[in-house]
Write a protein that binds this ligand. Structure first.
Ligand SMILES: *Cc1c(COP(=O)(O)O)cnc(C)c1O
Length: 440
């Protein structure tokens, strides 16, 4: 694999940009190599500056549910660009996107558009505090809700990958009002709620955790969160930045049937542009300025170009009703390929993770029985992974032209552009890549 241009760019980038990248996990540090620099991408393919071509299962970390550069999205964006890039004044598209989101998720009676998932969750938490008059929030270890100060506590994938448990520079006082529970563990939530009775503004949860690897909620867990927040006068916030428009048009709330008070969206909702959203119950969202007393603003919020990419993407998802069935079926094939190699796999819809947890011999299949009983249900379970084994697998996949996230703790994203043929090719690469190193 020729990597000359990417290496040159990375050398220069490191002198100009911290670590050479604009988001930490892009650095490929955890897999012991330097990143490739992308020249372009099309459908399921991503092509680097040296002309190497990969089947892409990162999909920009989630937005790319239609694959890259979908012709309809590109055309719509090109057309709207010609009319001007930003006005700082309302546009018709914002109303249309707000209406579309509400059509997909009826719980979202009012919505505010922002520019990143970080902003969306940060703002939803502020609204929950403003609405309830309480300060504390509960999040789950290993869940990522963006990099705002109060949410960077035991915060999942990027930090797990870099082995940074928490960030420097977060004042202790901020972190103090963030309580951390164990995902899928009702007792851990109940005791925090009791110890802090009357003080918890909200529980923030990824309804399907996807930043400690994919970890689905156990039967009844989300229902429990719904019940206890209601009982205690706290709000339930579903962070659907990954799961929104991915598990179903209505996200995890449609998929699981559990309804939150507030929702946050990002990734898919922007169709590949910097756009995110938070919304929910009308009485709660009425707290947001200029209607209410909770301040939140943004110069580029509801940017017309980003809004157009979002609208076009959501419309395609709404019109092509076969998409969710197709990506689910294809992800199930990948799941089966990993399982054949004896790996623990968590999957929900088109999101999946194979966990490289030691305890068996890949060649002989020894201890397979014991392993079968093992599950990844929370952050501690995920932490048992053998990161070197994962890195080995990552590199073997890349050599075979398959790009998966350079981290054990990220999801594999299946898009509608991944044809059955490419999925079969990927399954073969999985069989080869997992078998070869045999260190499990
Ligand atoms: C990616 C992500 C965020 C942060 O979104 P950004 O657009 O990267 O700021 C928040 N919550 C979840 C669940 C995410 O996966």
């Amino acid at each position: 694999m020729n990597t000359t241009k990417s290496e040159q760019l990375f050398t220069k980038a490191q002198t100009l940009i911290p670590g050479g990248v604009n988001s930490p996990v892009r650095a490929f540090k955890a897999v012991g190599r330097h990143p490739f620099f992308v020249e372009r991408a099309q459908g399921p393919w991503i092509i680097d500056e040296d002309g190497n071509k990969y089947v892409d299962y990162v999909c920009s970390w989630g937005p790319g549910i239609l694959g890259h550069a979908h012709p309809k999205v590109i055309e719509a964006v090109q057309q709207v660009c010609a009319k001007g890039l930003t006005f700082g004044a309302p546009t018709a598209g914002e109303v249309e996107l707000a209406e579309l989101i509400g059509t997909c998720v009826p719980d979202v009676e009012m919505v505010r558009l922002v520019s990143s998932g970080t902003e969306a969750v940060m703002s939803a938490v502020r609204v929950a505090r403003g609405f309830t008059g309480r300060d504390k929030i509960i999040k789950f270890a290993g869940s990522y809700h963006g990099h705002s100060d109060g949410l960077l506590v035991k915060a999942g994938s990027g930090l797990m990958t870099q082995s940074v448990p928490d960030s420097a520079g977060v004042p202790a006082g901020y972190a103090a009002s963030t309580l951390t529970a164990v995902y899928n563990d009702e007792e851990s939530v109940r005791s925090l709620m009791e110890e802090n009775s009357g003080q918890v503004a909200a529980i923030v949860v990824e309804p399907v955790a996807a930043n400690m690897g994919v970890v689905p909620p156990k039967e009844g867990f989300l229902e429990f969160l719904r019940r206890i927040t209601k009982e205690q006068g706290s709000l339930l916030i579903f962070d659907e930045v990954i799961t929104g428009f991915r598990l179903a048009l209505g996200g995890a709330s449609e998929y699981t049937g559990v309804h939150a008070d507030l929702y946050t969206y990002g990734k898919i909702v922007g169709g590949g542009m910097p756009l995110a959203a938070y919304g929910g119950r009308r009485d709660i969202m009425s707290c947001v300025a200029p209607l209410g007393a909770v301040y939140q603003a943004g110069t580029l919020s509801g940017n017309p170009v980003a809004v157009t990419a979002g609208i076009t993407t959501l419309k395609i998802l709404m019109e092509d009703t076969g998409i969710y069935e197709r990506i689910d079926r294809r992800a199930a094939k990948l799941e089966a390929a990993f399982q054949e190699k004896g790996l623990i796999v968590n999957r929900m819809g088109s999101l999946l993770s194979a966990f490289f947890i030691p305890g068996w011999d890949g060649k002989e299949g020894r201890e397979l029985e014991k392993k079968k009983e093992r599950k990844v249900e929370n952050y501690d379970d995920a932490c048992q992974c053998d990161r070197e084994a994962f890195a080995d697998y990552f590199n073997r996949m890349l050599e075979r032209g398959i790009y998966v996230a350079p981290s054990q703790f990220e999801a594999m994203f299946v898009s509608d552009a991944h044809s059955d043929e490419l999925i079969d090719k990927t399954c073969e690469a999985i069989w080869e890549s997992v078998e070869e190193h045999q260190i499990l």
